[in-house]
Design a protein around this ligand. Sequence first.
Ligand code: ZN
Length: 94
Amino acid sequence: MDSNKAKKLINALKAIEIGRKIKKRERNLLDKTSSALSFREKKRITEYVVYGDKSLYYQCPTCDSAIDRDYQSYCSSCGQCLNWTGFRGCSRVS
Ligand SMILES: [Zn+2]
């Protein structure tokens, strides 16, 4: 995010704080920022898949891609930050 967008975001947040109705473009900026930041919040691994050769892969909770290596910090496909807490108890999906 460049500094101009950051200033606009701060203005939108200040508007909310003082109770001013935010503009449509401010709402769009808040929505885009929220979406972009959600990838940085760790999401738990909850599912895995077993392929025909009996290889097991855990799945990304955001895009369902197979995670290449256990304990990988980020999904190589979508960039989602991953939380491996409790992954041994997750569900098989196929
Ligand atoms: Zn992913």
